[in-house]
Design a protein around this ligand. Structure first.
Ligand SMILES: NC(=O)c1ccc[n+]([C@@H]2O[C@H](COP(=O)([O-])OP(=O)(O)OC[C@H]3O[C@@H](n4cnc5c(N)ncnc54)[C@H](OP(=O)(O)O)[C@@H]3O)[C@@H](O)[C@H]2O)c1
Length: 304
């Protein structure tokens, strides 16, 4: 499917992630109609040649394939089924691709409601952050019918590199929850290690440098470790969104009687970070909660 085979693509939700993803689709030659609740965030897309619609419904009326990238379950529900929601404008056989992180349970329910109207919902959450969204190198984990996956695959290939059809509806969101389990446990480990080094009076930047070449290497150590050392928590991935993702893990774990102690601890620490007024900061600011537990002021040098 080249750009000529698709009449138009819709994109709803132009936040940190949605905006660069939508721009990449536009640059790949796909005609794009966009909507964002806060209209000002659509301006860069309009400048780049996208049509700006007045509602999700209007996006759907212009687009057989609509991408959605909004904050949480409630936002996806509002965009899909609200008074001016996509569902009121979608043609039968339209495909909606939810690229945000939504709970698997809500995703399956949304997919059933869309299927009643002859439309398909694919869950296609991503990993790779804002940098991956800009570079078109996201990892994309997809749930939903194979035929719809095949139909939108050329579009996903504009947005990401590692694209896996994990299984039926909700399977992509399950994979994303697994991603967040690994990411949050690693984030805690990196925060503890750098705090430990600091408290020992050892240069934490040199420790990170040493660890990057060994078995402790991870993208979290590389990217978030750098943020922690610089004390730069410009988002990135907002703490409130990470808190939301750990809430998804907690609720799904409880429903299945699963004991996930590391995820539960990460959820509590993320609650503490949000409670400290850092909801909009990058979630790597979690190191500040560890520092406080250890009696270190956030930007205080180790030996003072
Ligand atoms: N940032 C990352 O590194 C990252 C990585 C992977 C996955 N994600 C996931 O991607 C999704 C978006 O994250 P983001 O970082 O782009 O967040 P963001 O910058 O905070 O943007 C959130 C978007 O959701 C929209 N929104 C929120 N509530 C809404 C509602 N009730 N109705 C309509 N639109 C609503 C916002 O519109 P307004 O502009 O009007 O507020 C905005 O467009 C989340 O599910 C997040 O967990 C993020």
């Amino acid at each position: 499917m080249g750009s000529g085979d698709i009449v138009g693509i819709g994109f709803v939700g132009l936040g940190v992630m949605g905006q660069p993803m939508a721009l990449n689709l536009l640059r790949a030659g796909y005609p794009l109609t966009v909507y964002n609740r806060t209209a000002a965030r659509a301006a860069p897309l309009a400048e780049a040649g996208a049509s700006v619609a007045v509602s999700p419904r209007a996006v759907a009326a212009a687009s057989p394939v609509v991408f959605v990238n909004v904050a949480d379950d409630a936002a996806v529900e509002a965009v899909l089924f609200g008074p001016e929601g996509l569902v009121h404008g979608l043609a039968p056989e339209a495909v909606v691709v939810d690229m945000g992180t939504t709970s698997p349970a809500a995703t399956r329910a949304f997919a059933r409601r869309l299927a009643e109207r002859g439309c398909t919902l694919l869950d296609a959450p991503v990993s790779g952050g804002e940098a991956g969204a800009r570079a078109g190198t996201l990892s994309i984990m997809v749930g939903g019918p194979q035929a719809a996956f095949v139909r939108v695959l050329p579009l996903l290939e504009v947005l990401g590199r590692n694209i896996v059809h994990v299984g039926e509806s909700g399977a992509g969101q399950v994979a994303k929850a697994c991603n967040q389990i690994v990411v949050s446990a690693t984030l805690m480990g990196v925060a503890e290690a750098l705090t430990f080094a600091r408290r020992q009076g050892v240069d934490a930047a040199r420790v990170r440098e040493a660890l990057l070449g060994g078995f402790a290497y991870s993208r979290i150590l590389e990217v978030h470790g750098r943020r922690m050392l610089a004390g730069d928590y410009t988002p990135g991935f907002r703490a409130r969104l990470h808190q939301k993702d750990l809430g998804i893990v907690s609720r799904e774990a409880q429903a299945l009687n699963l004991a996930l102690p590391a995820s539960a601890l990460a959820a509590q620490l993320m609650n503490a970070l949000v409670a400290s007024g850092q909801a909009e900061a990058d979630s790597s600011a979690l190191v500040q909660v560890i520092e406080q537990l250890c009696g270190l002021a956030p930007d205080k040098p180790a030996d003072s």
